[in-house]
Design a protein around this ligand. Structure first.
Ligand code: SF4
Ligand code: FE
Length: 487
């Protein structure tokens, strides 16, 4: 970052900055000594690195970068506070672009969504209580922007018994909470589950996970910490087929370069200085923070449209390699996949285009449409995946390993009997099938399917928001007027 009007790290600088962190990461029961070069974690780092790489490419500059409203510098859009509807629309387009270039979850959106939600909520808390959170937050934001940092937005608590409020839990640590107030800050304990991209992040921004009442005020806390702060431990989640990344050869991975990851993040009596605390016991704003973060993050599921692009391309290629692309039912399935994928695109563009300015100056998405978009995301990728598997055929799950294909003993048989069209090398057929397997059943299925279901809130969370946001009375009024009902 040589020019002081530009605050953009290169992908290489990002990787180097991660090497300087001293994260406590566990996987398979052991501490990971070298996080950046670990074979299982590295593909996820590669995916985040794309958010840096693209920002330096002239053809993507407009989508990937923005002008900071606090410093006027050119910054990465992932560190930007949306200043217009145009910014919101570009955010959706950026998500699709990155999804299509990585074929997986590129992890950096959660931090962007946390920053934007906090820019509004800190402002609103100050207005009600005369606190100084927004000033603190903007100072922190400037630090994040100037250093082009990846922030992990950490919302989801383990939650224990879902029928009980935080203060009623048998173990109070099941919701992250304040355990001590000191002169210079607070001490917190608890955990955040399913944290996307956690060990690829420089910072971790904690937010409460549900709306809260006064009895739960110790749980209504939001703050940011460097990811390697003492007392923070990361425990990596497993993904289906994850150990294929440890195997020799890369064909069986499906996606050669990229992946995602999630981790449980444990806060064991961690100290947070006051200048990094953005909400402290203002329980009446906890619901607003959850709702605004969730709506932004539901918009962020534009990423799945990009992964859908990859899957559609893979399905069409598999059909061609099989010589089946001209069959009318195959053509129709490809049309259906595109129809569903573009319908998803409509949702993430619409909630952005219908966005508005909040009192803080931040532009916020249309909540109803963001929730409708995410509700569609809980369904359509599953249907797109079903159609891709239909087109791919059963070989998708019976294909022998790359090692067998390369074996001097049986390789010839595999290459002979698993050939599709004579002019297409069997290896290419294997590669495309492995990619479809990766997205619909393997490591990337976490991002494309299960995360589509549960990420940014499970389906029921969106249905509650849809019920709250639609104006049913108005709809009844117009219906009654048209058929002459007077009450
Ligand atoms: Fe971003 Fe999508 Fe990954 Fe969420 S699932 S972090 S929105 S890429
Ligand atoms: Fe997510």
């Amino acid at each position: 970052m040589k020019n002081d009007r530009i605050a953009l790290k290169t992908a290489e600088e990002y990787e180097e900055s991660l090497r300087k962190l001293n994260l406590v990461v566990y996987m398979f029961g052991e501490r990971v000594k070298n996080v950046v070069d670990d074979s299982i974690i590295r593909p996820s780092m590669n995916a985040v690195a794309m958010t840096y790489k693209l920002a330096h490419m002239p053809e993507y500059e407009d989508l990937m970068t923005a002008t900071s409203h606090i410093t006027g510098k050119r910054i990465n859009r992932f560190c930007h506070i949306h200043q217009s509807v145009d910014d919101l629309v570009k955010k959706s387009k950026m998500g699709r672009l990155l999804g299509s270039l990585t074929g997986c979850c590129f992890q950096r959106c959660v931090g962007m969504d946390a920053l934007n939600a906090l820019s509004m909520v800190t402002y609103d808390i100050d207005k009600k209580y005369g606190t100084q959170y927004n000033k603190r937050f903007l100072k922190y934001l400037e630090y994040v922007q100037n250093n082009d940092l990846v922030c992990d937005g950490a919302m989801t608590d383990p939650k224990g018994n879902r029928g009980l409020a935080p203060h009623q839990q048998a173990d109070p640590d099941l919701f992250l909470h304040v355990v001590e107030e000191k002169k210079d800050g607070i001490v917190v304990r608890g955990a955040k589950a399913h944290q996307t991209g956690a060990v690829n992040s420089h910072e971790i921004i904690v937010m409460p996970t549900i709306s809260m009442r006064e009895e739960d005020k110790d749980f209504a806390v939001s703050f940011a910490l460097p990811s390697d702060t003492e007392g923070i431990t990361y425990i990596m989640g497993r993904q289906s087929c994850d150990t294929r990344k440890l195997e020799e050869g890369a064909i069986d991975r499906g996606n050669q370069l990229f992946g995602g990851h999630e981790a449980l993040v444990v806060f064991d009596n961690v100290f947070v200085p006051w200048d990094r605390v953005f909400m402290y016991k203002e329980y009446d704003f906890s619901g607003q923070l959850v709702e605004q973060f969730a709506s932004y993050h539901r918009q962020s599921y534009a990423c799945k449209v990009g992964v859908g692009d990859v899957l559609i391309g893979a399905a069409q290629t598999a059909a061609e390699y099989n010589g089946a692309e001209k069959a009318s039912h195959v053509k129709d399935k490809i049309i259906e996949m595109n129809h569903l994928n573009e319908t998803l695109y409509c949702g993430c563009i619409a909630c952005a285009a219908e966005g508005h300015r909040e009192p803080s100056g931040t532009y916020y998405v249309n909540t109803l449409l963001a929730n409708v978009h995410k509700q569609n995301i809980t369904r359509f990728p599953y249907e797109i995946a079903r159609l891709a598997q239909d087109i791919a055929g059963g070989l998708l799950v019976t294909l022998p390993s790359e090692k067998d294909f390369k074996s001097p003993l049986v390789g010839n048989w595999l290459n002979k009997y698993y050939r599709g069209r004579a002019d297409v090398p069997t290896e290419n057929r294997c590669r495309i099938l492995r990619l479809i397997e990766n997205i619909t059943m393997g490591t990337a299925a976490v991002g494309y399917l299960t995360e589509s279901m549960h990420g940014a809130g499970s389906p029921q969370a969106q249905r509650i928001m849809i019920a709250r946001q639609v104006n049913l009375k108005q709809k009844q009024k117009v219906a009654k007027r048209l058929c002459g009902i007077e009450e």
